[in-house]
Design a protein around this ligand. Structure first.
Ligand code: ATP
Ligand code: MG
Length: 890
């Protein structure tokens, strides 16, 4: 049986036995912020078991996506070494909500495994909770000898959701792979040892929800015991397919082939890298399904877990020899192997690719620098015979290389080392102090004085980066915290001044360049470039490796793709400026701008909001210039000449005598020192993303160009396609369909409202007809969940109007309390069944407080769990009330 067939056989089997097939819920639990991920099949049914939610069925069967990477269930570190633990896996389950119990659950499990799945009965061992005779005899009833059944303690065979709530004993099915598979080597090897021995594989856990555990530990029997079972698809597949590990099933083999292709491995190489393949396959599935369910990498919460999984996968890929990005290929492979069972994956595939691709790119850079350094640290620790990496080192790794501490911990553990957690935390706190001090220091007089002093000694930098992204130069000065230093070593924060530089220093709204400065044996990672005083360009960064010294020659290299993005945005800004004046009027002049790699922001003078039509025209006008591929030229000229030829000057900018003029063909002419593309065609596409107000008379447009615009457009397209898919209409019909749906929803709401009023009333005639009699008094009990006192009274009145003689108990339970109304007809009162008397009995049985008159009594409070049993036993209540009356008479 292939995995696809196993899923289907499982669901179909339970369907045949009266279960409703329910689709898998999301990995992100709905409305449950306390739980990071869905980690078992019962999670979506939690409220049903708790009695908080009702479903139209009492038996359900699912194949549920699960993640076990946090909290009590964290199998992350098992992945790889363990042939049977995954982070992401599929759990097959069947559920009974107050319907069948142990006997049937056990029979189903036995019939399915030994019948449908054809597993030889003598290969299966069952465990029960010691003392659970009901489970024991249920197995015995199937012909299993009692002495073969393993009795276990609560540690393994009692299940609880948390510290309180539904819980109960469990019974598990273990598969016996035979003595040859034993890895523990103990003469008494067996399930009872629970020692993770390879011979025994837990495949199915049957949970019997039997008690409600109160705070303090007392267990009250549930009025409606239920069943929750879970069987790992990957494990049962390995058993059915007769293979030694989950990874040898058809769920993973195709993935392994893809991975082998991605890594370019021979079969022999692949065989050597089992753990890496397992981790890649497992984590590949996890990241694909998580992203598909809307989780994106982040620094906290679910996104953080995803980020760790992605990073862990990359690390194993690199260790297995990967040099190029592997994750997009990996997630594609997961999509293609799993899309049959999870069609959503195909819809989200482009999004998944993009998310993991970007994360991989970002992490690749971090890794290269950090792993080498970490290896050194580990080797050093080994040499010195210590088993703990110092907090300072771990922090430096994090601070300098952006290398996440979790990863350091992970790698260290693989080498049998720990990290000094307390030391790390302390060092981070110290660094925060330092950076707070440094921040205030930055604009400090001391530093400015240092720059001015440099200028005075004749130090100056020539900017050569209009056309070039790389240049050779010489290190003229190094500064640390405002002090000139002769050299800087790995880890040092440093400012580098060179005689020539292709790095653009932040000016005119355009952000500073980033990149790298290399000397003979040093590398400085540049994070920002500034011009603190005219003529001096300061590169700010950290020495990533080796050492840099004043006087050395240096190769300076700008992060070119980033700079190209900036150039596109800058030229686009000029086009937008011109278009604004064309469309809104001459007043719409620039008031400020930000030109970053990923977006542009343009503030301009205008009194009222830009209308959607104007916005569309602006966008179209700019794109016209883009499509026209207009040449962009720059020239240096006298300020006076420039203004005379109509170049736009910015009102708040100081200009020297000679200025730089950027001309876009005939269309635009501005004084500007920034960097631009050669032709407008390079902009590719221009999209306005927002328009807003910033203070009086100034509006702000935010826009994208180039890669950013394309990604944005693609995202929107994806969204629309997905929407159309959900609506099952062509994209062009989406608006009309949504309009219809909104109308329909309104109509339905009205209908539901009407129906609710009607349905709040159960079928009273039927209830009255079936009502029992006590001494000739008809006794009607109605449970109307959620109803308040007024609704219960109204309900009682309606029953009373149909009832010649009798008593009515209408009750509800909600928000942890009972509401109850008791009514008695005149005839019933005459026979001694006064409402007040019945209320008194109810108070005793339900724990409610209440009272009233002979015809009408009301009460509330009590224990909701008692309501259903007491309502089912109303004749006894009435009899007790009558007896009390009789006693009173006597
Ligand atoms: P184990 O002791 O093997 O870790 P468990 O007791 O944690 O299993 P349950 O919580 O009872 O497992 O989950 C029900 C079933 O789900 C298990 O019997 C097993 O088949 C499967 N399962 C549990 N954890 C994993 C996992 N990390 N990867 C794959 N399947 C799992
Ligand atoms: Mg487990």
């Amino acid at each position: 049986m292939r995995a696809d067939e196993i899923r289907e056989a499982f669901l179909a089997y339970f369907e045949r036995h009266g279960h409703t097939r329910v689709p898998s819920a999301s990995l992100v639990p709905a409305g449950d912020p306390t739980l990071l991920f869905t980690n078992a099949g019962m999670v979506p049914f939690k409220d049903v078991f708790l009695g908080l939610e009702r479903r139209p069925y009492r038996r359900a069967t699912t194949v549920q996506k699960c993640m076990r990477v946090s909290g009590k269930h964290n199998d992350l570190e098992n992945v790889g070494p363990s042939p049977r633990h995954h982070t992401f896996f599929e759990m097959l389950g069947n559920f009974s909500f107050g319907d069948y119990f142990k006997r049937d659950a056990i029979r189903f499990a036995w019939e399915l495994t030994t019948g449908v799945f054809g597993i030889p009965p003598d290969r299966l061992t069952q465990t029960v909770l010691d003392g659970d005779d009901e489970a024991l005899s249920a197995w015995a009833a199937l012909g299993i000898q009692q002495d073969r059944i393993v009795r276990m303690g609560e540690a393994t065979n009692f299940w609880m959701m948390g510290d309180v709530g539904p819980c109960g004993p469990t019974s598990e099915l273990h598969y016996d792979s035979g003595p040859a598979a034993c890895t523990c080597g103990r003469p008494d090897c067996g399930v009872a040892l629970d020692n993770g021995c390879g011979r025994w594989l837990e495949i199915w856990n049957l949970v019997f929800m039997q008690f409600d555990q109160a705070p303090g530990g007392t267990r009250i029997p549930l009025p409606q015991p239920g069943v929750d079972t879970g069987m790992g698809l990957e494990r049962i597949a390995s058993v059915i397919q007769g293979v030694p590990s989950n990874y040898d099933t058809d769920l993973f083999l195709p993935l392994f082939l893809h991975i082998q292709r991605l890594l370019g491995h021979s079969d022999a190489e692949r065989a050597e890298q089992t753990v890496a393949y397992r981790v890649l396959a497992d984590h590949g599935r996890a990241m694909t399904f998580l992203t598909s369910d809307g989780v994106v990498p982040d620094n906290e919460g679910r996104g953080y877990v995803l980020r760790m999984i992605i990073r862990r996968a990359i690390r194993f890929a690199r260790r297995a020899g990967a040099r190029d990005p592997v994750l997009p290929g990996l997630t594609d492979a997961v999509v293609s192997t799993m899309r049959g069972a999870y069609p959503d994956l195909a819809t989200h595939a482009p999004f998944i690719r993009e998310v993991v691709g970007a994360e991989e790119e970002r992490f690749q850079q971090t890794l290269d620098a950090g792993l080498g350094r970490l290896d050194d640290l580990i080797a050093d620790a080994r040499r010195r015979g210590v088993t703990v990496l110092s907090g300072v080192d771990v922090f430096r790794l994090y601070d300098t290389y952006g290398f996440p501490p979790d990863l350091t911990r992970d790698v260290a553990r693989e080498h049998g080392l720990e990290i000094d957690e307390a030391g790390f935390t302390a060092e981070r706190a110290r660094a925060q102090e330092r950076s707070r001090a440094a921040e205030t220091f930055q604009s400090d007089a001391k530093e400015r004085a240092a720059y001015a002093a440099l200028r005075e000694t004749g130090t100056s930098s020539e900017f050569v980066g209009y056309d070039a992204f790389e240049a050779q130069g010489r290190v003229l000065a190094l500064l640390r915290a405002g002090n000139q230093v002769a050299s800087a070593a790995a880890g040092d924060e440093v400012e580098v001044v060179c005689d020539r530089t292709p790095f653009y220093a932040e000016a005119g709204g355009q952000v500073g360049d980033t990149g790298e400065i290399r000397t003979r044996d040093g590398v400085v990672a540049i994070a920002d470039t500034q011009r603190p005083v005219p003529g001096l360009v300061v590169h700010r960064g950290r020495v990533a490796a080796g050492m840099v010294r004043v006087g050395e020659t240096a190769s300076l290299r700008v992060d070119a793709p980033r700079r190209r993005d900036i150039m596109r945005n800058h030229t686009a800004t000029h086009l937008l400026h011109r278009a604004l004046r064309e469309i809104l009027g001459d007043h719409a002049r620039q008031a400020g701008s930000l030109v970053a790699p990923d977006r542009l922001r343009f503030d301009f003078f205008h009194l009222k909001p830009v209308s959607p039509e104007e916005r569309a025209r602006l966008e179209a006008r700019v794109n016209e210039q883009v499509l026209a591929a207009l040449p962009v030229r720059t020239e240096i000229m006298a300020y006076r000449d420039a203004v005379a030829t109509g170049a736009m000057a910015l009102f708040d900018e100081k200009y020297g005598d000679t200025v730089r003029v950027v001309t876009i063909d005939e269309y635009s002419r501005e004084l500007c020192g920034g960097t631009h593309v050669g032709t407008t065609a390079e902009i590719g596409l221009f999209l306005i993303t927002s328009e807003s107000s910033v203070g009086s008379g100034i509006r702000r447009i935010e826009a994208l160009s180039g890669r950013g615009a394309v990604a944005h457009a693609r995202g929107r397209e994806e969204l629309l396609r997905e929407t159309a898919g959900v609506l099952r209409v062509p994209v062009s019909e989406v608006p009309e369909r949504v309009r219809q749906l909104v109308q329909r929803a309104r109509a339905l709401e009205a209908e539901v409202e009407a129906a609710r009023t009607r349905a709040a009333a159960p079928d009273l005639d039927a209830i009255i007809q079936q009502a029992p009699e006590v001494d000739g008094i008809t006794v009607v009990g109605i449970n109307s969940p959620g109803a308040d006192q007024a609704a219960l009274r109204a309900l009682g009145d309606r029953v009373k109007s149909k009832l010649p003689s009798g008593v009515i108990v209408a009750a509800s339970a909600s928000n942890g309390r009972i509401e109850v109304v008791v009514m008695a007809t005149a005839g019933a009162v005459a026979r001694g069944a006064a409402a007040r008397k019945i209320m008194a009995v109810l108070n005793r049985r339900l724990g409610t407080r209440g009272g009233g008159r002979p015809e009408l009594a009301q009460g509330g409070g009590g224990d909701p769990a008692l309501l259903e049993p007491v309502l089912n036993d109303l004749p006894a209540v009435v009899r007790e009330a009558l007896a009390a009356v009789a006693d009173g008479r006597r």
